[in-house]
Design a binder for this molecule. Structure first.
Ligand code: HEC
Ligand code: HEC
Ligand code: HEC
Ligand code: HEC
Ligand code: HEC
Ligand code: HEC
Ligand code: HEC
Ligand code: HEC
Length: 244
């Protein structure tokens, strides 16, 4: 039986490919790339010949034991010194040859701490554009012992503008909590627990209504004064203006 022409041509193409692979494998490619032992030996030799750049965290301890001890107790205990300071073998051998770089800017810490859904649950993450922008991270966090600083608890720490406004108003002597019930959680995670705000005209009327016990508070007729509007639609509660 005669083979069809196209099969013969296909056979020729396959034959040429096989021949090319065999020639390449045994004649062109150097033996060091195909013989496993030889390959390993030349790679090891090549890597050993490279200059050492990293000294390893243990080496830093000899001269910087204050930093090493501090770091060993903190959240960053498992980080390598040179992961932040860069290769420092030269410096470790001869400190007068130069100081390693220290990442004092805002760019290096987010490499590990920027929000990223693929990081493990609970890994401390922040959004660098909203997390205390403008200041370098190290103004608030010690890089060798990064305990998150305590959040301030007073209302004025976060509502400074309102506090300063109220301080010069006729409501200066009223505590914020006279008018706002503040859940404790609001002071540490503000957005997850919002304080209450006055909701009715009667709330203000408790001090300003005719016959209310608060003597120094000027009185109005709550049922008529200001019509059907809420009191704070006309009086800013943190700086209320009256007749004066
Ligand atoms: C043989 C002692 C020695 C070893 C080992 C050593 N250092 Fe230093 N290091 C010094 C001295 C000395 C200084 C200079 C201190 C100074 O000028 O205040 C210094 C300064 C530094 C600084 C300060 C840079 C700055 O901007 O102030 C850093 C960071 C530093 N070393 C990191 C390392 C790291 C990381 C290692 C380990 C890979 C290491 N050092 C190993 C002696 C050593
Ligand atoms: C998370 C990154 C990070 C790691 C890990 C780290 N450092 Fe630092 N290091 C910094 C930064 C940032 C500064 C600059 C601090 C400053 O200027 O207030 C610094 C400053 C220094 C300084 C100079 C000022 C000082 O505090 O004495 C030395 C020395 C130093 N590091 C050594 C080390 C050694 C040794 C290790 C490992 C035990 C290490 N660092 C690990 C980020 C790091
Ligand atoms: C190489 C990655 C890496 C870099 C760079 C790094 N960190 Fe960390 N950081 C970690 C790890 C890992 C932890 C410990 C996480 C844990 O315990 O679950 C940590 C913990 C922290 C914590 C503790 C948060 C908490 O409440 O648990 C703070 C704050 C922190 N880092 C700030 C910084 C700052 C500031 C810098 C830059 C100077 C920095 N980190 C650079 C890996 C890194
Ligand atoms: C003005 C001070 C300040 C600056 C600047 C600052 N932080 Fe913070 N950081 C805090 C405070 C306060 C907390 C604790 C309350 C909170 O979670 O907001 C905190 C918490 C953290 C945490 C822990 C978050 C968690 O979920 O446990 C990490 C990580 C962190 N900061 C990293 C950084 C990095 C990275 C930078 C720089 C890009 C930075 N911080 C700049 C004050 C600061
Ligand atoms: C750690 C910062 C922080 C502290 C401390 C804090 N707040 Fe707030 N507060 C916030 C933030 C953030 C919001 C939400 C603002 C927004 O969503 O625009 C808020 C919102 C409010 C609101 C508005 C609620 C609403 O429904 O609009 C009131 C009222 C309030 N805080 C009162 C207080 C009082 C009173 C105190 C002191 C006892 C206090 N806060 C302490 C950060 C704080
Ligand atoms: C006399 C009662 C009163 C006192 C005292 C008071 N507030 Fe208010 N506050 C209100 C009322 C009423 C509103 C609602 C205003 C509105 O909805 O327009 C309000 C609204 C707010 C809001 C929402 C945002 C805004 O600016 O309207 C914040 C935040 C707030 N108060 C914080 C404070 C803080 C902090 C203090 C103490 C420094 C304080 N308040 C004291 C009555 C009071
Ligand atoms: C429609 C706007 C409006 C509303 C709503 C309103 N007020 Fe007034 N309020 C005024 C004006 C204007 C003045 C100053 C002139 C006056 O005394 O009529 C005033 C004055 C006051 C004074 C000062 C009286 C004095 O003798 O000095 C008090 C106290 C007062 N209001 C409390 C309230 C209270 C409480 C509410 C809610 C029950 C309220 N206001 C609602 C517009 C309003
Ligand atoms: C706990 C009592 C109390 C509550 C509640 C209260 N106030 Fe007052 N308010 C006062 C006192 C006291 C003064 C007068 C202080 C002074 O003049 O020395 C005052 C003054 C005023 C004035 C007059 C300011 C002036 O310069 O004449 C207005 C308007 C006012 N409050 C509005 C309100 C509004 C609106 C609310 C509700 C959101 C409210 N107040 C809730 C106690 C209170």
């Amino acid at each position: 039986m005669r083979l069809p022409e196209q099969i013969k041509r296909l056979g020729l193409v396959v034959g040429v490919l096989v021949a090319a692979v065999l020639v390449g494998r045994f004649a062109v490619i150097p033996r060091s790339l195909v013989a496993t032992e030889l390959h390993q030996a030349t790679t090891v030799a090549r890597e050993i010949a490279k200059p050492m750049k990293f000294a390893g965290t243990a080496a830093c301890q000899d001269c910087h034991d204050d930093v090493s001890i501090k770091k060993a107790k903190g959240y960053h205990k498992n980080l390598s010194c040179e992961g932040c300071h860069g290769p420092a073998a030269k410096h470790a051998e001869d400190p007068s040859s130069g100081k390693p770089a220290a990442p004092r800017d805002r760019k290096s810490c987010p490499v590990c701490h920027i929000y990223d859904a693929s990081r493990p649950t609970g890994f401390p993450q922040i959004n660098p554009t909203s997390h205390n922008p403008l200041k370098p991270c190290i103004t608030c966090h010690n890089p060798h012992d990064p305990v998150p600083p305590k959040v301030p608890q007073e209302c004025s720490a976060c509502h400074g503008q309102i506090e300063r406004t109220k301080a010069v108003s006729s409501h200066a002597l009223l505590a914020c909590t006279t008018c706002h019930k503040v859940p404790p959680l609001h002071k540490t995670a503000p957005r997850s627990a919002l304080p209450s705000k006055p909701e009715t005209r009667e709330f203000c009327g408790a001090c300003h209504g005719k016959g209310a016990p608060q003597k120094d508070a000027p009185k109005v007729d709550v049922s008529a004064h200001g019509g059907r509007f809420q009191c704070w639609q006309c009086h800013y509660p943190h700086l209320p203006e009256g007749r004066g």
